[in-house]
Design a protein around this ligand. Structure first.
Ligand code: TYC
Length: 103
């Protein structure tokens, strides 16, 4: 009985070690005040997007209320969301980025 329990514990540990970390989405939220050009500037600076992709992401958030910007491991997603939100605040804009774990 003891041997069986030990085996199961070892197996469980091995399986969980090979799982990949859950990815987190960075989400851009629309607001009524931040200039469109500033949103594009932040997407280019923080998320290394080109002009066309940055425009599309900004326009989607503007029209639908929010848009997924990118997915990263949790630490990187939170750091980038904070950096992008702070850039807005430093320039007097209410621009907001949040994070959310992927299913
Ligand atoms: N809605 C803003 C405006 O009309 C532009 C905007 C777009 C702001 C996307 C935030 O996530 C955003 N000036």
């Amino acid at each position: 009985m003891r041997d069986v329990d030990t085996d199961q514990r070892t197996k469980t540990k091995t399986e969980s070690k090979t799982e990949r970390p859950r990815l987190h989405k960075v989400i851009l939220l629309n607001d009524d005040y931040t200039p469109r050009e500033f949103v594009i500037l932040v997407l280019r600076a923080v998320f290394k997007m080109g002009d066309d992709e940055a425009y599309r992401v900004m326009a989607t958030a503007h029209t639908k209320g929010s848009c997924v910007v990118a997915v990263y491991t949790r630490d990187i997603a939170e750091t980038k969301a904070t950096e992008a939100t702070d850039l807005g605040r430093e320039h007097g804009h209410p621009l907001m980025f949040t994070t959310e774990p992927e299913e």
